[in-house]
Design a protein around this ligand. Sequence first.
Ligand code: ZN
Length: 325
Amino acid sequence: MYTGASLEGAVKLNNNHCDIAINWSGGLHHAKKFEASGFCYVNDIVIAILELLKYHARVLYIDIDVHHGDGVQEAFYLTDRVMTVSFHKYGNFFFPGTGDMYEIGAESGRYYSVNVPLKEGIDDGSYFQVFKPVISSVMEFYQPTAIVLQCGADSLAGDRLGCFSLSTKGHGECVKFVKDLNVPTLVVGGGGYTLRNVARCWTYETSLLVDEQISNELPYTEYLEFFAPDFTLHPEVVTRQENANSKQYMEAIVKYVCDNLRMCQHSPSVQMNDIPPDAIEDDDKTKKEDDPDVRISQELEDKMIEPKNEFYDGDKDQDKEDMET
Ligand SMILES: [Zn+2]
């Protein structure tokens, strides 16, 4: 189900039926080709990116889950068609144990995997101090034509598994930053283990993505009691850990990442190829074609033209006679 939704989002983006597609049930970034991992069975992100690659020369993947986006990185480690950028907690055997900044990709994919390993307790200010310059440099050097953003909510303060100190507003600021890049984007969910905060976070981020202001006071629903005692969208952030990321450490990571980006070829191109068919039928497209009152589009008309050099069965068909004689 969640994979179908990510795939449909990619198809809609490919056909220009939307510029932002959201699937909060997706984002299962740990699943590998032959192995389930970290609560992830099918890697919907990889499947959606493969679909985007039918139409897009370069796809950028951004991951703000507290865990390293290892499954997606592994899938595209050897190619320059996808750049993966993951911000995550690294060290002390934190799951999945990969995502050191020296993992930069290999072969044609060298310099197209970017890792930003962080220490526990990072707050909004420090996070944005790396997020903004890294993503700005990536955009400058890579110039993607589509983006997939994984918004794992386990990077929020108070998560049962995570150890960062981001507020919903800080997390959302990253989403807003990506939205403002004005590139077709598939937004997916991911981790998040303190459920009330996951609901808060993705509700707020939906409002940002659709440009809608929503009240800090939560409306009455049967789940309201879960949001006690404040019943608000943005409760005060209670930090459990000191921020272990010094200013110098952050500056060093940003410098390392930006130096590497300078090594990669600017916006690599791709050979012309036949576009494989869409993995699933786009509803909007079918509807349009079926409506008899609507004049058919130029695109469809062009597709219906039969090239003169093609064989056909008809009055002028020469093949059959040849066969008989
Ligand atoms: Zn996670």
